[in-house]
Ligand binder design. Structure first.
Ligand code: NAI
Ligand code: MHF
Length: 324
């Protein structure tokens, strides 16, 4: 906690930054008397949405997290993805780095990738003993069949092992655009079952969604799960700034829709694969259209896809006031 706070601009500097933001462009300021905000990205609906955002990293991103840390607010939850080909010690080391830099580690547990109960116990015991965690995210994982005893996220939750590591808040998945291999009814049922099982264990639940590019799909899905009685806070997954080629590659790999229509709306030029596209238009649309009475509690969860520094810089430069 201390480290990240120390890396923050001092209060004096912060007020200078705010002042310079306000006075940087007086013409734009006077525009804001009309319907347009003074600085895009710095008005209340957008800041409300961006505030309390979370991030994702892989075990490979440890070095870049140290570089990104000064730009990330202390206490930000940072998920550590459970990728194949990364070792358990590397995942634990990543969680330890997250914590030592003043953030909140959210290790992922990929049910289908856990070879045995002993492996899960060991992972959780080491996380508890060497890092100290309050949160985890439980996901089935991409393997078409389980590699060990856990068929899905519910099986990990029902194992009761999360208790041993002192985990109080458990993240589960959400799919604003559905899942290519799992039907909507099955996904809805799984979400309800996981929430019920976690409630029985006295755990807090947070839904962290698969990333998506389309504000309408996200808001429709949010409205639908709220109508179905799901009240848990939702972290809306969205990509950090990345080349259009990378966005399309990750979308294909993760089963996320990236139609030409949606990508153009997102602000990505699909004929320019090397150009960079960020989520600023998506965030703007979400902020303008969302209504807490319909969509419930919603925050943002950024997937940097290996570019943590770029994502942290993007958030700070576009939405600096949400980082205070
Ligand atoms: N949202 C994200 O960030 C990530 C999503 N995934 C994807 O999420 C899938 C499902 O994970 P959860 O939402 O936690 O599901 P879940 O554990 O809640 O399971 C929901 C239902 O789908 C079935 N199922 C689970 N994984 C499946 C798969 N790969 N293929 C076919 N059926 C499957 C389960 O048996 C269960 O009936 C993973 O398989 C993977 O494709 C994987 C990694 C990260
Ligand atoms: N169905 C599904 N499967 C997944 O594995 C998955 C999702 N969905 N949704 C998003 C998360 C985030 N995931 C990832 C996967 C890889 C990197 C990553 O950093 N990969 C490269 C570097 C990036 C690059 O290819 O340029 C690496 O070095 O491993 C990040 C996030 C995987 N995830």
């Amino acid at each position: 906690m201390k480290l990240a706070l120390e890396r923050f601009p001092s209060d004096r500097n912060r007020s200078l930054i705010k002042k310079s933001r306000k006075t940087r462009n007086p013409e734009r300021q006077s525009d804001s008397i009309g319907s347009k905000p003074a600085l895009p990205g710095q008005d209340a609906p957008i800041l409300d949405l961006v505030r309390s955002f979370s991030l994702e990293m892989t075990a490979k991103d440890v070095a870049s997290l140290a570089d990104a840390a000064p730009m990330i607010p202390a206490g930000t939850p940072i998920s550590v993805t459970y990728l194949p080909g990364e070792t358990m010690p590397a995942r634990v080391a990543a969680a330890r780095t997250v914590k030592s830099l003043g953030f909140v580690p959210v290790p992922h547990i990929s049910a289908r990738r856990i070879p045995s109960k002993d492996d899960l116990v060991e992972f959780l015991t080491v996380l508890d003993g060497e890092v100290g965690i309050d949160r985890a995210f439980v996901i089935a994982g991409d393997p078409p069949a389980p590699m060990g005893p856990y068929e899905d996220a519910l099986a990990v939750i029902r194992s009761g092992l999360l208790d041993r590591a002192g985990i109080g808040t458990v993240g589960i998945s959400g799919y604003p655009e559905g899942h290519p291999d799992i039907g909507r009814e099955k996904l809805d049922q799984a979400m309800k079952d996981k929430i019920a099982a976690l409630a029985e264990q006295g755990k807090r639940v947070e839904i962290m969604t698969q990333f998506a590019f389309d504000a309408d799909a996200i808001l429709d899905w949010l409205a639908r799960i709220r109508r179905d009685g799901v009240a848990a806070p939702v972290r809306i997954g969205l990509p950090g700034p990345a080349s259009v080629g990378k966005l399309i590659r990750f979308a294909a790999r993760c089963g996320v829709g990236a139609s030409a229509r949606v990508m153009v709306k997102y602000g990505a030029s699909i004929t320019r694969l090397l150009s960079t596209a960020g989520p600023e238009h998506l965030i703007e649309s979400l902020a303008r259209q969302r209504d807490p009475a319909i969509h419930g509690e919603a925050m943002l969860h950024f997937y940097p896809f290996g570019a943590l520094v770029d994502t942290a810089r993007f958030i700070r430069s576009h939405y600096g006031d949400a980082c205070e």
